[in-house]
Structure formats: structure tokens, C-alpha cells
Design a protein around this ligand. Structure first.
Ligand SMILES: CC(C)(COP(=O)(O)OP(=O)(O)OC[C@H]1O[C@@H](n2cnc3c(N)ncnc32)[C@H](O)[C@@H]1OP(=O)(O)O)[C@@H](O)C(=O)NCCC(=O)NCCS
Length: 372
């Protein structure tokens, strides 16, 4: 049996949701290039696209927006649970716990028919941003902000976090960030979700597994680590030496490298521009400049390109988003892709059960316990 450590280059299933071309640096969702989607659609249109085969028409979009808006409020027992959880707990852990709890109150229960799963996908996509915002409000000792059903997903997330209605520029910036994070083929968390649903468990089981998988620093947790690194670097002047020293110590630089992209990650290209523009608009260009210097050194020294997590960190930072919410916000977007993959897996399911290459000993005999 051939062994592919980390399933590198192993193709597990056909999928018509998303394609990543690591050589040309192209990302498409159901046939549409990510750049086209960023320039010409909203996150809600992308959610519809991922769940269906094409972009929505006006009435389909209006219906989706209405349904999302009307599904954002959290069931009161989940709100009560959130109030009892430790305020200093990592938000990804709280999110995982709250999503698991949400499953207990979903009117469709453990029904994993396609129709019920679609309804669960909608509720989760509406409610995960509410959970993220609520975690933040509660730990700050502030009142929970009731969602405004008329707002977009992006605007509502910011509104529920801050209690302030975001201006159009800020809301659109978050909207673009959500589009960029919505799906990425068989990344680790999506694969977790597909493995989990493939046992015919249910949408909530799959999404809880995906959240746990996303949290690690080699995956979605990298964006938080990037910002912690930028804080340690401290200044543009310090950046080059700091990174050279870290590379000399053979440290992994968060936000660089990718299993599939061996060229520019197209999401990072958009986020880089976003980080630059936000830095200038907010009068804090140093985080972008520091990042830019770091990118040049890592490319020169290691031939590694920035990934989605690198420039999202400095962009979110100057938007005033707390660092430990970066990965939960990733989840608030990726729920759309995770759920699309769960639906696709259910439509044509086969249990996912690979083999290991056993390299342990054989032919041992049990020694009675007193003699061991
Ligand atoms: C994403 C990632 C896990 C992909 O890893 P992978 O496909 O398993 O590749 P490997 O870890 O085998 O790396 C291949 C080589 O590049 C090096 N490398 C990869 N990413 C690196 C990084 N971020 N910093 C420094 N070196 C890195 C590895 O040390 C290895 O070098 P070696 O062959 O001399 O040992 C990896 O690039 C990484 O850890 N990046 C940082 C975390 C991150 O940003 N994650 C978000 C991904 S979107």
C-alpha cells in the first residue's frame, strides 16, 4: 500500500463546489473566479452559490437574506449557556461548545435528510456570527446586541459585536473577507466535516468537528498567531531582522506556506490590498508595512508565499477586531462551505475510512500482569 503522509495530493472524492489550482494560484467557487466574486457579489450571493449550483436571481437572494436575518437570534438556553461559560475561555472553544448546544435545540433534531440538512445549514450560517459576537459582548461585561434582520451577514456581525451600525465601507470590507474565507476545497476542517457526516451522523456533528479542526495553528488558528507575531515584531524597522532570526532558529512563520498553493494565494492578494487600504484609512499603516517587509524576506529566504491568514491579521487588527476573534470570524464565513460540503457528501455518500500502514511490532505474547 502506498503511504501518503498527510494525504498529500490524494484525491478523495469528486466535488463540484470549489477548485484550487496551486500552480496558477486560481480559486474558483462553482466555476466563478474568486476575484470576480469579490468584485461583483456579496457574501450572501456566495452562500447561495455554494449551497446551489449557481448564483441567485434577485428574488432568490432576497429570500435567502430574509431567512438568514430571521434566523440569527440564538435560542435562549444557548444564550444562557454562553453566560455561564468562563469569560477567559478561548473563543474557538466556546464557539465549539455553543454550536454543539445549538444542535440540541434545532427543530430538525438529528434528521439528516437533505431538506432538514439545508435548514440546519441556514440556521448555523445565521447563528454562528451571533455566537461569535455574543462571546465578545459577554466577556466585556456588555449587553448582548439583538440582531437586526435587515442587515447583511457582515454588517450584522460587526453590529452585534460593537453595538454600532458599521459604515458602508467597513461592512463591505468584512463582506469581502467573508467571501474570501467561504470555501477552500478539501482543506482540513472541511475534510473533517465530510468524514463526520459520511458516517451518517448529522450536520451539527460535522460542524463541531470542523470547528475543532479549524482552530489549530496550522489551519485557521494561524491568523491569530500572525497578529501575535506582528505584535512581537513591534516595528517596521525590526521586521527584517526579526524574521531572519526566526528563520535561522528554523521556526515556522505563521501565515506562510500552503499544502496546495506553490505561488500567490489569490485570497492573500486581495487581503494584502485590503490591509494596505485599511491601514491608511485608519492612520495605522505600520502593521501593513511590517507585514509587507516580512513577506519579502520569507519569499526571498524560503520561497514561501503569504496565505489567507497573513494579511487578514493586519486587516482585522486595524478594524479593531480582538485578535482571538479572527479564527471564530473565519468560522462565521467557512460555515457556508462546510455545510455545502456536508450536503454534497450526503447526496452521494460513501463512508470515508482509509487504512494505516502498520509499523508496530507483531507476534508479542501477553505476560501476566504480575510479571510485567
Ligand atoms: C500550511 C502548512 C501546514 C503546509 O504544510 P505542508 O504542506 O505540510 O508543508 P511542510 O510543513 O512539509 O513544509 C515544507 C517545507 O517548507 C517549510 N515551511 C512550510 N511552511 C513554513 C512556514 N510557514 N515557515 C517556515 N517554513 C515553512 C517546512 O519547514 C518544510 O521545510 P523542510 O522541507 O526544510 O523541512 C505549512 O506551510 C505551515 O505550517 N504554515 C504556517 C501555518 C499557516 O499559516 N497555516 C495556514 C495555512 S492556510
Amino acid at each position: 500500500m502506498a503511504v501518503n503522509l498527510g494525504l498529500e495530493d490524494v484525491v478523495v472524492a469528486p466535488s463540484s463546489i470549489c477548485d484550487v489550482n496551486g500552480k496558477t494560484g486560481q480559486l474558483i467557487y462553482r466555476g466563478y473566479d474568486i476575484k470576480d466574486l469579490v468584485e461583483n457579489t456579496s457574501f450572501e450571493e456566495v452562500v447561495y452559490l455554494l449551497w446551489h449550483e449557481d448564483l441567485p436571481n434577485r428574488s432568490q437572494l432576497d429570500e435567502l437574506k430574509r431567512d438568514l436575518g430571521n434566523s440569527r437570534a440564538l435560542p435562549s438556553p444557548v444564550l444562557d449557556l454562553l453566560k455561564t461559560l468562563p469569560k477567559q475561555a478561548p473563543p474557538m472553544d466556546v464557539l465549539r461548545t455553543a454550536v454543539s448546544a445549538l444542535g440540541l435545540y434545532d427543530p430538525d433534531g438529528r434528521d439528516n435528510s437533505l431538506d432538514a440538512s439545508r435548514r440546519k445549514a441556514l440556521r448555523l450560517t445565521a447563528q454562528i456570527p451571533s455566537i461569535v459576537a455574543t462571546i465578545h459582548r459577554l466577556r466585556e461585561g456588555k449587553d448582548v446586541v439583538a440582531p437586526d434582520p435587515s442587515m447583511s451577514q457582515a454588517a450584522s456581525l460587526l453590529y452585534q459585536m460593537t453595538g454600532q451600525r458599521p459604515d458602508d465601507y467597513t461592512a463591505r470590507t468584512m463582506d469581502v473577507a467573508l467571501i474570501l474565507h467561504a470555501d477552500h476545497e478539501f482543506n482540513a476542517s472541511t475534510f473533517s466535516a465530510r468524514v463526520t457526516i459520511a458516517t451518517l451522523s448529522d450536520m451539527y456533528d460535522a460542524i463541531v468537528a470542523a470547528i475543532g479542526t479549524l482552530s489549530g495553528p496550522l489551519h485557521g488558528g494561524a491568523n491569530e498567531q500572525v497578529m501575535r507575531m506582528l505584535e512581537r515584531v513591534g516595528s517596521e524597522d525590526n521586521a527584517e531582522q526579526w524574521i531572519r532570526d526566526a528563520l535561522a532558529r528554523r521556526e515556522r512563520i505563521m501565515g506562510f506556506g500552503h499544502r496546495v498553493y506553490k505561488t500567490d494565494d489569490p485570497r492573500a492578494v486581495v487581503l494584502k490590498e485590503m490591509s494596505r487600504e485599511l491601514g491608511e484609512r485608519t492612520g495605522s499603516p505600520q502593521w501593513f508595512r511590517m507585514s509587507d517587509r516580512i513577506q519579502a524576506v520569507v519569499l526571498q529566504e524560503k520561497g514561501l508565499y503569504a496565505n489567507v491568514d497573513f494579511y487578514s491579521a493586519s486587516a482585522y487588527y486595524v478594524m479593531g477586531i480582538p485578535i482571538d476573534l479572527y479564527t471564530p470570524i473565519f468560522a462565521a464565513s467557512r460555515i457556508s462551505g462546510w455545510s455545502a460540503h456536508v450536503l454534497e457528501q450526503l447526496e452521494n455518500n460513501r463512508l470515508i475510512r482509509p487504512r494505516s500502514d502498520y509499523v508496530g511490532p507483531r507476534d508479542k505474547k501477553v505476560v501476566p500482569i504480575e510479571q510485567r
